[in-house]
Design a protein around this ligand. Structure first.
Ligand code: FPP
Length: 236
């Protein structure tokens, strides 16, 4: 689409501001999440067209269980509905769906929907679209450390063999490149326990726009900003 643009290989997004978008319109918070799904569809399509290889979005964190029960139930239902409704669109756009996160605490019906979405799109060769759902980065790192400790205790590896690659092999993102660009909508300046390891050298782009108002035009602005950065990875 934009032959001269520097396209990030992997874009991560914290889709924030659904609640505020709804409140501004006198709607319930869940109406904001519903509209958020429409934005997500447009952004998945744009990323595919632009030639982005990986898109990772934060849909439900391990901390989001603290929200009112009604909202949690709605988000669980939205996930199931999302898979049912969007898989044909994902296949049409050659998108492979993956879920990142813990399976603990999720109902069987939700787990089934996630497995079915992954299974139905597993042969797509375009964009890999990761939905972080029941995701917490500290939990992810803790689980990786635990898995490696088990290898050590069984004598399968020596502690001196623990290196960054081994740790990465036990993260949900194993085998994927780290995000090149992180976008967070609705002006908040925090990571909220998202991809703490993987974002070590990522360029950040924070916008005032609330997620339901985010658009391809805004995505292109973020990509332009990314293209103007001088990424040094700690060098000079
Ligand atoms: C943060 O906005 C948003 C979420 C916790 C949910 C994100 C979900 C979507 C965008 C819909 C896609 C979902 C699935 C399951 C595919 P907020 O509610 O914290 O907004 P606020 O900060 O304005 O209150």
């Amino acid at each position: 689409m934009n032959a001269n643009k520097l396209i990030p290989e992997h874009i991560a997004i914290v889709m924030d501001g659904n609640g505020r978008w709804a409140k501004k319109r006198g709607l319930t918070r869940v109406a904001g999440h519903k509209e958020g799904v429409n934005t997500l569809r447009k952004i998945v399509e744009s990323c595919g067209k632009l030639g982005v290889d990986y898109l990772t979005v934060y849909a439900f964190s391990t901390e989001n269980w603290k929200r009112p029960e009604k909202e949690v139930t709605f988000l669980m239902g939205l996930l199931k509905q999302y898979v049912k409704q969007e898989v044909p669109f994902l296949i049409e756009n050659n998108v492979r769906l993956k879920f990142l996160g813990s399976r603990e605490g999720l109902k069987v019906s939700v787990l089934k929907a996630m497995d079915s979405g992954e299974e139905q799109t597993k042969n797509q060769t375009g964009l890999t679209f990761n939905i972080a759902f029941n995701y917490g980065s500290r939990l992810e790192i803790k689980d990786s450390v635990r898995a490696i400790a088990q290898l050590v205790s069984k004598g399968k590896i020596n502690p001196n063999e623990i290196n960054e690659t081994l740790i990465e092999n036990y993260l949900y993102t194993a085998g994927m490149p780290d995000p090149s660009l992180l976008i967070r909508t609705s002006r908040e300046m925090r990571l909220s326990n998202f991809l703490l390891w993987q974002l070590a050298y990522t360029e950040f782009y924070i916008t005032d726009i609330l997620w339901p108002d985010f658009s391809e035009q805004e995505l292109l602005k973020a990509i332009d900003s990314y293209g103007s950065r001088n990424r040094r990875f700690g060098g000079i």
